[in-house]
Design a protein around this ligand. Structure first.
Ligand code: GLU
Length: 306
């Protein structure tokens, strides 16, 4: 086959499908691998559906939301607290729920020598609270309000992205960092394996109040021995990661993505420990925004919704 023919063949097969993008997070987080797994399932059916799914690494929930609203992404994974706040402020927004996925947990990783044992010890420390585009930063600031800490109480409030955080800890540039993430994540694995690090519990009456006042937060635990640096289980709070789309994405596209995933749910659930509690009930629980009509069509078809 001559070269021209090969390249014509390639470009025609690339052009023959419709590309869809899923916005995720940093490559050492859980959104990124989740997006990849969803795309793998969608791409298995590309002959029938004509859909080709691509994943994009991003700075996290806030930029994902922005990019769903302006049609940069067809789908994105976003924290439910971020979605809830945004929709409350603008009920005419184009954002729509596809499914609730798994709980991610607010995680405080610190250097053991930092002597940070509770959130009260954060004052005058060098703490990375998350990059501006992240849900991590948004939730950490909400949590700071509840526990009575201001950014200015810290010696340094860092805005490094999630991929940069473990190295900053290992290189002693920060005493600790927050990360709202599904466990286990390679990000935290690296910090635990390479720095003398530990996980700090986020608990007490102020956190209880935060959970009570905001139904999308739940008391959660990072199970013991999830990482080399947590022999005990770690109490904290979590929020659901939600797969979101918009009214600008067609019903057929959303229907086919949901069908590809839900039709293989037993397989999907085994791909990451965070997914183990996903089931036909949980995917509709706690959503802050109405369902996309393409997702609704699938859920009605399988009898989940009357
Ligand atoms: N929850 C994080 C955020 O929105 C991202 C977590 C991940 O990438 O797994 O910033």
């Amino acid at each position: 086959m001559n070269k021209l023919y090969v390249s014509l063949l390639l470009s025609s097969s690339i052009l023959s499908g419709k590309f869809i993008t899923i916005g995720t997070g940093g490559v050492s987080g859980t959104y990124y691998s989740t997006g990849q797994e969803i795309c793998n399932l969608v791409n298995k059916n590309k002959k029938d559906t004509g859909l080709r799914c691509l994943v994009e690494a991003t700075g996290g929930s806030l930029i994902n939301l922005k990019n769903i609203k302006n049609n940069e992404f067809d789908f994105a994974i976003i924290q439910n607290d971020v979605i809830h706040k945004d929709y409350k402020e603008d009920k005419s927004s184009n954002i729509r729920s596809v499914m609730a996925m798994y709980y991610e947990l607010q995680t405080l990783v610190v250097q053991t020598k930092s002597n940070i044992n509770t959130y009260d010890d954060l004052k005058d420390k060098r703490i990375n609270i998350g990059n501006k585009d992240s849900g991590t930063e948004a939730t950490t600031l909400v949590m700071f309000d509840s526990i009575g800490i201001k950014k200015s109480d810290l010696k340094f409030a860092g805005g490094l992205s999630s991929v940069e955080m473990p190295d900053a800890l290992i290189d002693d540039k920060i005493d600790g960092y927050f990360y709202m993430v599904g466990h286990p994540a390679s990000n935290i694995k690296n910090a635990c394996n390479l720095a003398n690090a530990k996980l700090v519990e986020l608990k007490g009456s102020a956190i209880d109040k935060l959970i009570k006042e905001n139904p999308y937060y739940k008391k959660k635990y990072i199970e013991e021995n999830t990482y080399t640096c947590n022999k005990k289980r770690i109490e904290t709070f979590g929020v659901k990661a939600v797969l979101l789309s918009s009214t600008d994405v067609s019903d057929d596209t959303v229907y086919m993505l949901v069908k590809s995933l839900m039709g293989n749910l037993d397989y999907f659930k085994k791909l990451h420990p965070s997914y183990k509690n996903i089931n036909k009930k949980s995917i509709l629980e706690g959503l802050s925004v109405p369902l996309h009509s393409g997702a609704l069509r699938y859920y009605k078809e399988i009898g989940l919704i009357k």
